[in-house]
Design a protein around this ligand. Sequence first.
Ligand code: IFM
Length: 391
Amino acid sequence: MEFPKDFIWGTAMSAHQTEGNNTNSDWWKWEVEKDGRRDLPLEASGPACDSYNRYAEDFELCKQLNSNAVRLSIEWARIEPRKGMYDNKALEHYKKVLKTAKEKGLKTFVTFHHFTNPIWLSEMGGWLNFKTPELFSDFAEKSAEYLGEFCDAIITINEPQVYASMSYIVGTWPPNKKSLLMSGIVQINMMRAHNRAYKKIKEVYKKPVGIVKNISWCEYSSYTVFDKLLAKILFFFNSDFFLKPVSKNSDFIGLNYYFTNRVVKLRIRNPDNPVNDLGWWINYDGLYKVLMSLKKYNLPIYITENGLADSHDRQRTDFIKKMLTQVHTALSRGVKIKGYFYWSLLDNYEWHHGFWPRFGLVEIDRTNGLKRMPRKSFYDYAEICKNGIVK
Ligand code: IFM
């Protein structure tokens, strides 16, 4: 299977998960305040992968991977550590990071919000506060103005509904709320934030700006028509409900696809084979179905994340190839897919789970100075990136 010559081949990561010592963020605060009274997070992020200092080494790995792009995020909590006070040193740091990536021949896809918030914002009520879209847009405009020269594409918000659900329904992420109403408010504020930030960014930055949505396909058993109906409703809320109101202000859609859910007798009951180390059901044709469902938006699509936790690297190469097969089929049926980013380059901080889920093409040895050790799948993906061919 041959992919278009100008196809983007990359890997994705995020600041809090890789940089280390993100001390001005709500996540850091929550991690260090753990005093034995609660069981999560399983670990604190601490130095993470120390990518704040070792980014050049990481980009060198991207180069060895033959990839032509990298997706990473900048940290709002570092750039605006106090409300309205921008830290020029932090902006300069990210300029250096992005410049280094470009010097290594990588296109940069830069996310402005990837789950973490400055502590001052969380003290104002975070994404429940109706002023937050405005505050986020100010930060976004400032960052785009300063860093835009070195960004090939800007992503306003990563997986808004995952954030709204983990932090405000499931409650395993800060601020640990369990309220459907709150989650609804957060989602609306994130839609408003995207739309507003898009317009502000566009005033100072002429390249593409988009949003990244995690979308899971939803299957149903053949038990009753109600299973089918529920599957359709769940898929709608996970996809068009959020995308419709933001699609007019998006130059592309970023799709993160990991798994499919299956409704059986009005419950989510997923098969336990094949699964990744986190128990997520691996269903290849779910990716195809989600891609086909996005065709109606008539926007370029990047698969901005796709990957699996697989500590022994047993399934990763096969996973990538089978997912890319689905991408290829969707491409041949007219979906405008422009690129694929594997999540992730490195094993990194998997939020409340700590470091045990290993998504990396490159293993991080946490007992040996965070040494980077490419896995076999790294070399297999490198072949794909080099030739644009999946065999
Ligand atoms: O690690 C996360 C990432 O931060 C967002 N998308 C899913 C990944 C795997 O869970």
